[in-house]
Ligand binder design. Structure first.
Ligand code: ADP
Ligand code: MG
Length: 246
């Protein structure tokens, strides 16, 4: 049995009167590509923000790599190897590629980057790992959106990510860019990185994931290997409606 890299149980979160999460569970095995699916507003982004320490849960438990966190801060999540690629990629448009790649490490002051040239070498290796060709001196705002995303992924690898969470990463991409991203995701998996891929698109879920968790209205509907789903079942779990009723 593969161990879980992430296990969250009974997570609850309300915003004022809105019960965004009503006791959600999410179990992710080491080395898999796990898809978190659900319609808009089902609570996907909220659970991610709790796992990454950005929001505090009202209730529930978080275990990362078999370590229990009664509460978790963003720094603890990063130290545990959890990295989130948000929809806006959280990069700094007016800085160069290499400056963006160094950013978290400078913030955390983990590695003393006294030597710029030294860091360039590390950064070069990081982008090479995902076969990403980019001018490290380019200002990020001049680059296409798909490149910004690859910068965020490279930075996650530089921060020693064990679990990379991608929140609806295909939204702003062309079909060609999506294919490139999927190749990178499969490569990351080969290199032992676990992926939590968030999507509400049926074709993507079936193409890329090993297992799937579906949320609806802040509650779990199902969690299973993707091979146990059909398109019909997927649509039903997502919407609560049968195909022929739509
Ligand atoms: P998803 O990512 O699946 O589209 P979200 O997690 O963003 O869903 O949202 C779940 C629910 O929580 C929605 O009803 C949303 O309006 C609400 N919500 C999310 N974040 C906030 C917030 N910061 N303040 C108030 N309501 C929020
Ligand atoms: Mg969302």
């Amino acid at each position: 049995m593969m161990k879980n890299i992430l296990s969250v149980t009974n997570i609850k979160k309300s915003f004022g009167g809105v019960h965004a999460l009503k006791g959600v569970d999410l179990q992710i095995k080491k080395g898999e590509i796990h898809c978190l699916a659900g319609e808009n507003g089902s609570g996907k982004s909220t659970i991610i923000k709790i796992i990454s320490g950005f929001y505090k849960a009202d209730d529930g438990e978080i275990e990362i790599d078999e370590e229990y966190y009664p509460t978790i801060t963003p720094a603890e999540a990063i130290n545990a190897g959890v990295q989130v690629i948000y929809q806006d990629f959280s990069i700094f448009p007016n800085l160069s590629v290499v400056e963006n790649l160094a950013f978290n490490q400078v913030l955390a002051n983990k590695k003393k980057i006294v030597n710029r040239r030294e860091f360039r070498k590390i950064a070069k290796e990081a982008i090479k790992k995902i076969n990403f060709k980019v001018d490290l001196n380019a200002r990020v705002e001049t680059l296409p959106v798909a490149d910004k995303q690859l910068i965020a992924i490279s930075r996650a690898l530089l921060d020693n990510a064990k679990l990379i969470i991608m929140d609806e990463p295909t939204t702003a991409l062309t079909k060609k860019e999506i294919n490139r991203l999927f190749e990178i995701i499969l490569d990351l998996k080969k290199n032992g990185v676990t992926i939590l891929f968030i999507s509400h698109k049926l074709d993507e879920v079936f193409e890329i994931s090993d297992s799937v968790t579906i949320l609806r209205n802040g509650e779990n509907v199902i969690s299973c290997p993707v091979t146990e789903l059909t398109e019909e079942k997927f649509t039903y779990f997502m919407t609560g409606r049968h195909f022929n009723n739509i």
